[in-house]
Design a protein around this ligand. Structure first.
Ligand code: MLT
Length: 236
């Protein structure tokens, strides 16, 4: 049987061998939810970059620049990090260069993986179905917050593990922990999240609509993945 493991923060990634695994990178609030929403609704591709300066350089080449630092849109960029920005009419058919505090960094740190998928609650079942069909072990990489654990990415890991119990064995206690956490939360994710750090951070910035949207399950049937050359597109 294939195995699934959960890396609870990018700081722990060096403990995992990723080259023989499909990695699902997750940053529920909000980077991978925004990528999912954009790719599902007509954005042509997204280039995830770790640093603001690299994003500015792509902006100078004509790409739309998107992203945040500490939840706030980077000055001079066209988009912030709201999933609603990525579903707007003016971004359809475009390639977006994107940098975020944790999400795009986690994608970069996972670069040695066999394949990198972009996971969110918005495309939970699509990701689960793809993982069932392919032959490799899976690793969920939680983007967390500045190297630390966070609640929302771990909840996603638990939701994914729950969907895969017939196809994957849990390979570590992190997978088991995330599974149990999701059992405690799944009947009211929004309420469960209320005291979490990033919920409070975004609420302080008056971004509660994004949280509700990012916690909705299976809004889209899309599997965004990183292709050679560094762009995220939809699997056909
Ligand atoms: C991140 O990558 O750290 C997040 O997506 C932050 C945010 O909510 O904008």
């Amino acid at each position: 049987m294939k195995k699934i493991s959960v890396c609870l923060t990018p700081q722990l990634l060096s403990l995992y061998e990723v080259s023989d695994k499909v990695v699902v990178v997750v940053d529920i609030l909000r980077a991978t939810s925004s990528i999912t929403a954009g790719i599902a609704t007509g954005v042509k591709s997204i280039i995830p970059v770790a640093e603001v300066e690299a994003c500015r350089a792509l902006q100078a080449q004509g790409y739309l620049a998107a992203g945040e630092r500490d939840g706030k849109m980077v000055e001079g960029f066209t988009l912030g990090n709201s999933p609603f920005d990525y579903m707007a009419d003016h971004v359809k058919g475009k390639t977006i260069a994107m940098t975020t505090t944790n999400g795009t960094l986690a994608i970069h740190k996972s670069s040695k993986a066999k394949e990198i998928l972009i996971g969110s609650l918005l495309n939970l079942t699509a990701i689960a179905n793809y993982l069932k069909q392919q032959p490799y072990d899976a690793l969920v990489v939680c983007a967390g917050w500045k190297g630390n654990f966070n609640l929302e990415d771990t909840l996603f890991a638990g939701a994914l593990v729950e969907k895969l119990t017939d196809h994957f064995a849990f390979d570590d206690d992190s997978a088991l922990t995330s599974f149990y956490l999701f059992q405690a939360a799944k009947n009211d994710l929004m309420n469960f999240m209320r005291n979490s750090s990033h919920y409070r951070r975004l609420k302080h910035l008056d971004i509660v609509d994004d949280i509700a949207f990012c916690l909705s399950i299976d809004h889209f049937d899309v599997v965004p993945y990183l292709v050679e050359g560094g762009e995220i597109v939809a699997k056909k």
